[in-house]
Design a protein around this ligand. Structure first.
Ligand SMILES: [Mn+2]
Length: 340
């Protein structure tokens, strides 16, 4: 063992820090809650909202789900009616506590940020970047998903997890970890938590099918177009692709096949970074950023420097400029990182 260079490098196993007592008291004492998540909600955000709402309901609370949307993507369109898209004055007047999940800064709440102002706000999140906000925070950047943070809260509060809740918790973990592909070494605790969820009735097989199945033919054809459109820059270190407003005329899908696109472009040997430009309006461009497992590039920092946020390997920013201007700015910034 003494000759094994790895044995001395084994880090302390990760465990979730204790949840602040004040947070627990607030959750137990107050009667009414709004559970909010970020704009353009993804699997972890929506699952976290459902799991948090279920926890509060089990505590006997009145709970409202809120999200500014959009709920255009076909896989989440059916959930639209479960969420308030605005907080009206009647609800505000009852002084509910706002629980914000999976959200690194207030602007990620969209127009809800203004509507919850003045209400007591609790934040549960795992993003490492962003702006500290809310009256109370439980932020665990090393947690693979926000749903795992909420699972820790269930355990802390001794609230039983039924199969439906377990499915929400697992789904957020599965989406944010690329079905465990992004999980690194010495993170057995995450697999042990996943194992508990499987023993509570979750089928990883069914979850994988839910994550990757159910796509329309138009979606797959659009993915083909985005791959076809992609360009290689900086000697093959950067791949970029773009979606345009005009695409709506040629492709019968409102879904953006971004996860598959990233995965395919990152699989090209030598690619360190992928930038995906989405024309949202003539002067609004969303940029998704990914960096390769083996690359030292931190796209979370890059996004943050432009007013966005995310993680080391996956991040995004919304820029108020044309798609051409966004490309010019980002390609220059990427070049500075990749060629340094
Ligand atoms: Mn997340």
């Amino acid at each position: 063992m003494e000759n094994n260079p790895r044995s001395s490098a084994v880090p302390e196993p990760f465990s979730y820090p204790a949840v602040d007592g004040e947070i627990i008291v607030l959750l137990k004492d107050r009667p009414e809650f709004i559970v909010a998540g970020h704009v353009g909600p993804d699997g972890d955000c929506l699952s976290s909202q459902f799991a948090m709402a279920a926890l509060l309901q089990k505590l006997g609370k009145v709970v409202h789900l809120a999200n500014a949307g959009p709920f255009d993507r076909s896989e989440i369109a059916h959930l639209r009616s479960d969420f308030l898209t605005h907080i009206d004055d009647g609800l505000r007047g009852r002084n509910p506590v706002v629980v914000v999940v999976d959200c690194s800064s207030p602007d990620r709440l969209g127009h809800l940020a203004d509507e919850i102002e003045g209400l007591t706000t609790l934040v549960f999140d795992h993003h490492s970047s962003g702006e500290k906000f809310g009256d109370f925070r439980y932020i665990v950047p090393r947690s693979v998903s926000t749903t795992m943070i909420i699972m820790h809260l269930y355990k802390t509060m001794g609230v039983p997890i039924d199969t439906e809740i377990a499915e929400h918790l697992f789904f957020g973990l599965a989406t944010d970890s690329g079905f465990f592909r992004f999980l690194s070494s010495y993170r057995g605790e995450t697999l042990r938590m996943a194992a508990e969820l499987v023993d509570l009735g979750v089928s990883p097989n069914a979850m994988a099918d839910r994550m990757s199945g159910g796509k329309s033919e138009g979606y797959v054809r659009y993915l083909g177009k985005l791959i076809d459109r992609s360009e290689s820059l900086f000697g093959g270190k950067l791949m970029i692709s773009s979606s345009y407003l005009k695409d709506a005329r040629s492709f019968t899908t409102s879904d953006k096949p971004s996860d598959s696109l990233y995965q395919i472009l990152l699989s090209i040997e030598g690619v360190e970074m992928v930038l995906y430009f989405k024309e949202i309006d003539h002067n609004v461009t969303e940029v998704g950023m990914r960096s390769a497992y083996t690359s030292p590039i931190n796209v979370g920092e890059l996004a943050e420097s432009l007013g966005g946020g995310g993680h080391r390997k996956a991040s995004g920013v919304t820029l108020e400029c044309s798609i051409d201007e966004a490309k010019r700015r980002l390609i220059e910034a990427a070049g500075a990182l990749l060629l340094s």
